[in-house]
Design a protein around this ligand. Sequence first.
Ligand SMILES: CSC[C@H]1O[C@@H](n2cnc3c(O)ncnc32)[C@H](O)[C@@H]1O
Ligand SMILES: [Zn+2]
Length: 443
Amino acid sequence: MHAPATPIDIDLLIEARWIIPVEPAGQVLEHHAVAVRDGRILELLPSDQARQRYRPGQLRTLGDHVLIPGLVNLHAHAAMNLLRGYADDLPLMRWLTERIWPAEQKHVSHDFVRDGTLLACAEMLRGGVTTFSDMYFFPDAAAEAALEAGMRAALGVVVLEFPSAWASDADQYLSKGLAVRDRFKHEPLLHFTLAPHAPYTVSDATFERIRTLAEQLSLPIHMHVHETGEEIERSLSEHGVRPLERLHRLGLVGPELIAVHAVHLDEGDVALLARQGASVAHCPTSNMKLASGASPLPALIAAGVNAGLGSDGVASNNRLDLFQEMRHAGLMAKLTSGDAAALPAEQLLHMATLGGARALGIEHETGSIRPGKSADLCAISLDEAETRPCYSPLSHLVYAAGREHVTDVWVAGIARVAQGNLLHLHNNELKARARLWQNQVAL
Ligand SMILES: CSC[C@H]1O[C@@H](n2cnc3c(O)ncnc32)[C@H](O)[C@@H]1O
Ligand SMILES: [Zn+2]
């Protein structure tokens, strides 16, 4: 007779009715558990074995829930939560030049970005998002907000050729942004990208500097690309080539590129992105709302391009809701391809998790439920009127459930949402500050 082995002390054991680890593909585990120690996933195993093997400091039993990796919002302008509903029903260039850029020139400051980003973190955490990739002025303020919220963030070193309250020219955008990276680079939850705004706002000379920096510092390049037909026309008339071809000639189309939107692509553009190993950040809601167009996502994926999902800012969405983005991406792909099998639920969940993490170069850290990764996790109740009966948890997760069904969220093993409530951010305080900003912006 063997004496029973002494249970191993761990910080947290999460048992769930269903677990979809995302990696390996195709798995929907039933009655399994995730063991967490020091913020990392130690093991994924059947619940009955977990109870024998581990002695958890905390036990969370999710009887009728599905546990998935925390969602990754691959493209956001978090601080724009303070401009939600400020400019609707306009196409991109009029929206930017007539409404958004003038408002940003007038109001954006360190405090605006801090308060707006905190508001966005509250919305994203409650919706199961544990990582966001941000592009905005004052990335230092966004970093402070992400740390306060306890979220993982990839902060963009933004670059444009026109002045703002954050920086006066491309040199200063780069030097100030890189100083922010130096200040925060040892924070385990913070990551960085180079974030030139778009081909139509950044010069060739600046792109060359960005390419060199991306190589030297091994940073992803996060940029709006091929968002509208107008952008393509303008590049053809000003540079004689399409934007992606121009970027390719400047050496920016490679595995480090995260091409945000990537809507107006011809076959050559798709082949280029695939050949060069670039990723795309698909933002279906923003693309529909600004009437920018529909990305040929099924063709991109068939060509082997890695894809993640982004919300864009709430001034063009108007939610930071990755459940909505999964559903819109799937419906849009089916509609535009005329193929009901285009982008099935598993592919959509992959985009909302591992695809985003891979684009950011942090798939060793997050994006799937795998031993060694950070315990970035999201639980969704499927015991709701909207989700009973349940023949397939994956189907419900993508096509029927929503962020309102998220019950628990952990980032690096720390609970940030429990029973649908934020644990560390104070909703009332965030709302009060949002009201103060509204009074200023509305003046
Ligand atoms: C340099 S900070 C980011 C900059 O981008 C603006 N913006 C927000 N959404 C979009 C979009 O869909 N396309 C292009 N630019 C966008 C935002 O307002 C900031 O000015
Ligand atoms: Zn954007």
